[in-house]
Design a protein around this ligand. Structure first.
Ligand code: ADP
Length: 164
C-alpha cells in the first residue's frame, strides 16, 4: 500500500489545499493530511480547530485520514510507514524553500521522497494568509466561497472577526 502525507499548517484550510488533497488522494492508496507545527508561523487557529476544519472538509474522501503531529515530518512519516510527502507549488517563490525542505527530509529519512503538485491555476494566488486578510476586510461570503470550503466559512469569519 503506498501511503502519502500532505503536511501543512492549514491556518485555515483553503480551496487551494483541498484541490491538492483531491488530486493526491487519486494518486495514492492512502493520503494522510497532517496538521503540523511550523516553528516559523504563529497560527491564528489552534491545532484542535485546524484539525476539526480539515476533518470536516475532507469527510467525503474515503482514503484520506486527518491527523495532527508535533513531530518532525521525516520522523512522523517513518512512524506512519509513509514514503511520499505531497506539497503544492504555487509560484517560483515556493520552490526554494520547498526544495530545501525536501532535501532535508530525505537526508533524515532516506525512504522519504517529496512529490510536488503544481497548484491549479485557479488557486495560484491563494494562501491561508490571503483568506484571513479577506475576512478581516469584510469580503462578502459569496466571494469567500471562491476561496474557502463552504463548510467552514461561518466559523472562520466568526472566529477572525470576534476573536475569542
Ligand atoms: P506550511 O506552513 O507547511 O507551508 P501551508 O498550509 O501554508 O503550510 O501549506 C501547505 C502546503 O500546501 C504547501 O505545500 C503549500 O505550498 C501548499 N499550498 C498552499 N496554498 C496552496 C494553493 N493555493 N494551491 C496549491 N497548494 C497550496
Amino acid at each position: 500500500m503506498n501511503i502519502a502525507i500532505y503536511p501543512g499548517t492549514f491556518d485555515p484550510i483553503t480551496l487551494g489545499h483541498l484541490n491538492i488533497i483531491k488530486r493526491a488522494s487519486r494518486a495514492f492508496d492512502k493520503l494522510i493530511v497532517c496538521v503540523m507545527v511550523n516553528k516559523s508561523k504563529t497560527p491564528v487557529f489552534s491545532s484542535q480547530e485546524r484539525l476539526e476544519q480539515v476533518r470536516k472538509v475532507t469527510e467525503r474522501f474515503e482514503n484520506v485520514e486527518v491527523d495532527f503531529s508535533e513531530k518532525m515530518l521525516a520522523e512522523y512519516a517513518r512512524d506512519r510507514n509513509a514514503t511520499i510527502v505531497v506539497r503544492g507549488l504555487r509560484a517560483l517563490s515556493d520552490f526554494e524553500k520547498e526544495c530545501q525542505m525536501a532535501l532535508i527530509n530525505r537526508k533524515i529519512n532516506p525512504n522519504l521522497d517529496t512529490l510536488f503538485l503544481a497548484a491549479s491555476e485557479k488557486y495560484t494566488y491563494l494562501s491561508s494568509s490571503a483568506v484571513r486578510e479577506m475576512v478581516q476586510f469584510g469580503v462578502h461570503i459569496d466571494d469567500l466561497r471562491e476561496f474557502m470550503p463552504r463548510e467552514i466559512i461561518d466559523e472562520v469569519v466568526e472566529r477572525i472577526l470576534h476573536r475569542r
